[in-house]
Design a protein around this ligand. Structure first.
Ligand code: S3P
Length: 427
């Protein structure tokens, strides 16, 4: 197990970039594999999760060539061209890999077995297995397919209309991908719109996706055509460095070349509501994704209330928002975020536990957190619990702590942010 130590720093001015978007990198490999022709991917995130996606598709007979540290070529096989894997598909720590692959594999003509690490073994897979079974899918696994390992016996599928009880891009994407090989039309509706990278990227691959308020439809039997994907920097990674500027008043940071998809930019709305000055400049668009720069600075923060439709737009950012909230005057209330309990860890508990070690006033609720600020932070030995975002959140907390913050299990950060420590050192 490795550790990372972070210390209080002086105000800084910096212009940085962050590694490629994790959600978009996964989809570029997956859709490139399902397409006809060669897809080139630039700005690819070489994090552990996306490498798991590559390894799974290689086992399905897809050739993926690394052309630089952050670019790959995917030699597409088309949907019918995937081959039966000769061994278990290992998704590592990646929920996106397993859930989207369930949708892709359900309609094939072969059997696959999917499994991952201990964290994946605790995460619910029935949220995807249930709608896929309504389409005809044959999925079995521990506790009737609730948990891994999962066996998926490929079979012909029929389109459905599915009203998802959760706003989850992984659920929505799995069903839409199964819909590609199903007969007829497949429609997914969700309580509020989750990230829409699947819909945007499928369109870039030439697939017709009908979009409407809180949902999307896809007609089965459509082919994907290879394309070039430019992956923007991950706003969920940028969030840690935007937060760093807020933890050290008087600092200014600009993150360039970052994704500005409105289904992901809830963090900007929250930091603005907390009193930060934020400037967003859209510079280009690629594969339907807006890309640009974000500049942030702040002297004084105030507590905010976060809930409702905003939650899916910042679901991965709640641990770092909680860290920033410890330095905001007044109460920050986060509600409607029960989904946090089924992430890489139960992030309501892991965030609260670790922040309390630093002296923060944090209360866990059924569906969120209540943080009372502003509290001086002290040093402590914290754990990532094997969760990349908890590890990074605690490292950023250390920038405002009176003594060093040691993060045990910092190797988990490799899942989404290779180079995090080096970038942190630059501050
Ligand atoms: C992701 C969707 C989100 C997010 C995860 C990546 C994706 O999960 O938390 O980090 O790439 O589709 P849910 O869709 O389960 O909310």
């Amino acid at each position: 197990m490795s550790t990372l130590t972070s210390n209080r720093i002086k105000p800084f001015r910096k212009v940085i970039t962050v590694p490629g978007d994790k959600s978009i990198s996964h989809r570029a490999i997956m859709f490139g594999s399902l397409a006809k022709g060669i897809t080139t991917v630039e700005g690819f995130l070489p994090g552990a999760d996306c490498l798991s996606t590559i390894a799974c598709f290689e086992k399905l007979g897809v050739q993926v060539e690394k052309t630089s540290a952050t670019s790959v070529r995917v030699i597409g096989k088309s949907i019918d061209g995937l081959q039966a894997p000769i061994s278990t598909l290992d998704v590592g720590n990646s929920g996106t890999t397993i859930r989207l692959m369930m949708g892709i594999l359900a309609g094939t003509s072969f059997t696959s077995i999917l499994e991952g690490d201990a964290s994946i073994g605790r995460r619910p897979m029935d949220r995807v297995a249930k709608p896929l079974r309504m389409m005809g899918a044959k999925i079995s696994g521990k506790e009737n397919g609730k948990f891994t390992p999962l066996t998926i016996k490929g079979t012909p599928l029929q389109g459905i209309i599915y009203e998802s009880p959760v706003s989850s891009a992984q659920v929505k994407s799995a069903i839409l991908l199964a819909g590609l090989s199903a007969s007829g039309k497949t429609t997914v509706l969700e309580p509020t719109t989750s990230r829409d990278h699947t819909e945007r990227m499928l369109s870039a691959f030439g697939v017709q996706v009908e979009r409407f308020n809180n949902g999307a439809s896809i007609e089965g039997g459509q082919e994907l055509t290879a394309t070039k994907v430019i992956v923007p920097g991950d706003i969920s990674s940028a969030a840690f460095f935007l937060a760093a500027a807020l933890m050290v008043p008087g600092s200014t940071i600009t993150i360039e070349n970052v994704g500005l998809n409105p289904t992901r930019t809830g963090i900007i709305d929250v930091f603005k509501a907390m009193g930060a000055q934020v400037t967003v400049e859209k510079q280009q668009e690629s594969s339907g994704e807006p890309i640009g720069s974000i500049t942030i600075t702040c002297e004084e923060l105030k507590g905010v209330e976060i809930g409702g439709d905003l939650i899916p737009r910042l679901i991965d950012e709640i641990p770092i928002i909680a860290v920033v909230a410890t330095q905001a005057k007044g109460k920050t209330v986060i509600r409607d975020a029960a989904e946090l309990k089924v992430k890489e860890t139960n992030r309501i508990s892991t965030t609260a536990n670790e922040l309390r070690k630093l002296g923060a006033q944090v209360e866990e609720t059924e569906d969120g957190l209540i943080i009372e600020g502003k509290t001086p932070l002290r040093g402590a030995i914290c754990s990532s619990y094997g969760d990349h975002r908890i590890g990074m959140a605690m490292a950023i907390a250390g920038l405002a702590a009176d003594e060093p913050v040691v993060v045990d299990g910092s190797e988990a950060i490799q899942v989404s942010f290779p180079g995090f420590y080096e970038l942190l050192k630059q501050l």
